[in-house]
Design a binder for this molecule. Structure first.
Ligand SMILES: Nc1ncnc2c1ncn2[C@@H]1O[C@H](COP(=O)(O)OP(=O)(O)O)[C@@H](O)[C@H]1O
Ligand SMILES: [Mg+2]
Length: 275
């Protein structure tokens, strides 16, 4: 009988090379009851290995659609996405998504939810799988809560579980769709610090969607500003600040103001929602 080679915990936790992404001329139209919506209009973008790129823009400008296309959850009408030179045609465990609403299983405890992501790893023993899951729970600061029920957790803790679950299969790319949008300011601030630390420790390529300009400036190497109808990349900002970055720093506020000004220039009424 065919047997998988067993992999040790140490091997499993080794860093994997982060992917390089090529988004080439991607367009996507949705047909709705009220007509056609050009969600993405010939969007092109290169993301380097281990780069942290933030996509920012008012709601409806195609951010989620682009993320879903990179994830392989949605297909473009034209153009393509390349991950390390290979065309993306379906979801894969090299590119995992973390959503705004934590899509956790309420019938599993915290550890069970993280273990779920490791089901696809047949070459780990059950014991090792638990140890891998525990490593990621520690990384997100939830060691003490491994047996907690999901409904007992705060919103911030649920997002930490989601993050651990997305990290556990050791993807090369992490796609994050407004993961902190529903959280209060203080909880978000803690997570900004933690996500920067985790990104450094695990070396992932991250594409992070947000409508919060300051959040984008805090996290991104680059911030890409999208404009709606049709969804296009309007402008690109390189954020040249040392890390870890403090969301409240004056330098960061300077970048946020610059990006906000650009956002207001094509969407004055919507910019108010993006602070
Ligand atoms: N499945 C869908 N069916 C119809 N229209 C959609 C669908 N998904 C997105 N859209 C439309 O495409 C546009 C871009 O949506 P989306 O990518 O969700 O924007 P964002 O994430 O920036 O808010 C919006 O006008 C939205 O209404
Ligand atoms: Mg969205």
């Amino acid at each position: 009988m065919f047997r998988h080679r067993t992999v040790s915990v140490i091997e499993e936790l080794q860093l994997v090379p982060p992917s390089k992404l090529g988004i080439e001329d991607v367009s996507k139209t949705f047909r709705t009851a009220t007509g056609e919506v050009l969600a993405l209009d010939r969007v092109s973008l290169q993301v380097n290995e281990a780069e942290f790129v933030c996509l920012v823009g008012p709601s409806g400008c195609g951010k989620t659609t682009l993320l879903n296309i990179i994830a392989g959850l949605e297909k473009p009408d034209s153009g393509m996405v390349l991950a390390d030179g290979k065309s993306v045609t379906s979801p894969g465990r090299d590119r995992l998504v973390m959503f705004q609403e934590p899509a956790l299983f309420p019938w599993l405890d915290v550890l069970g939810n993280v273990l779920f992501g490791l089901k696809l790893k047949p070459n780990l023993t059950n014991k090792d799988r638990r140890n891998v899951a525990r490593y990621y729970l520690e990384l997100v600061g939830l060691t003490r809560f491994e047996h907690a029920n999901i409904h007992e957790l705060s919103g911030g803790m649920k997002q930490r579980v989601s993050l651990a679950r997305a990290l556990a299969p050791n993807p090369r790319v992490l796609l994050m769709d407004e993961p902190f949008a529903a959280l209060d300011a203080l909880t978000r601030e803690q997570l900004y610090g933690d996500i920067q630390q985790i990104w450094k420790a695990r070396r992932k390529t991250i594409v992070f969607v947000t409508h919060n300009v300051r959040e984008a400036a805090c996290l991104g190497d680059r911030v890409l500003l999208f404009s709606p109808h049709p969804g296009r990349i309007q402008e690109e900002f390189a954020v040249d600040l040392p890390r870890p970055r403090d969301i409240n720093s004056v330098d960061l506020a300077g970048y946020a103001t610059k990006i906000m000004r650009a956002l207001k220039s094509f969407s004055p009424e919507r910019a108010a929602a993006a602070v």
